[in-house]
Design a protein around this ligand. Structure first.
Ligand SMILES: *Cc1c(COP(=O)(O)O)cnc(C)c1O
Length: 222
């Protein structure tokens, strides 16, 4: 039986290069629909709230090969819980939270994969490093031995034209190359987490390796 969601997933999957990881953003989506997505082959799910993820993971315990991605703003008091629940944290957005995660990860004996969230253009509604801030913090980030810093994540400001969105994505890729050319032995940016329902094709054309899609898979969130 094919469902609407499985059709959407098949179509999008077919339009993406095989190397691009499709993360189904399931915030505010029922576990019933998540099961449909799972049946259609999705293994990567993105959630933005710790509490919601806690109950969903309990409900989906029978699907142990799900890879959980945290994509929301992470508060310091939720950091430990985030490490318990998630394999990836895409939204590490300042030095302090990175260091907190590193300390906790050491205590817990885990080594989470993380993306550093960057703000390529000024954006009052988003957190994240600016480019100069991130370059300045790299040596300190390179001491976070318990984090696997593998990616950059970015979200362009709302209401940009396509060409402006594209340039944000290109700049993110350049920044990754710039970071990799510095001598930070522990930081190797192999992943670009960029692209949502409205702009993922632009992101893929600029080198995204992970796209985070919600609405286009599950429909409008209520
Ligand atoms: C909600 C969300 C998405 C998915 O957005 P859609 O436009 O529904 O695809 C992707 N990334 C982040 C960080 C989000 O919060």
């Amino acid at each position: 039986m094919t469902s609407l969601i499985s059709e959407r997933i098949a179509n999008i999957r077919a339009s993406l290069p095989p190397s691009v990881r499709l993360i189904a953003v399931s915030k505010k989506v029922s576990t019933e629909l998540m099961r449909e997505a799972y049946s259609a082959g999705i293994r990567d799910f993105g959630e933005s709230r710790i509490q919601e993820a806690t109950s969903k993971q309990a409900e989906l315990r029978d699907l142990p090969d799900i890879i959980w991605h945290f994509i929301g703003h992470l508060q310091s008091n939720k950091a430990k819980k985030a490490l318990e629940l998630f394999d990836w944290i895409h939204s590490v957005d300042n030095l302090k939270i990175a260091q907190r995660l590193d300390t906790l990860a050491q205590q817990m004996g885990v080594s989470p994969k993380v993306c550093l969230q960057v703000k390529i253009l000024p954006d009052l509604h988003k957190s994240g490093w600016t480019i100069p801030e991130l370059l300045a913090d790299l040596p300190t980030l390179n001491q976070c031995k318990n984090l696997q810093i593998q990616g950059l994540m970015t979200i362009p400001p709302l209401e940009l034209k396509d060409e402006e969105i594209l340039s944000v994505f290109h700049r993110t890729k350049e920044l990754a190359e710039e970071i990799n050319s510095q001598n930070c032995s522990l930081i190797n940016i192999e992943h670009l987490s960029m692209g949502m329902s409205g702009d993922y094709q632009l992101a893929v054309s600029a080198g995204a390796t992970m796209v985070r899609l919600g609405t286009i898979l599950f429909g409008q969130r209520v």
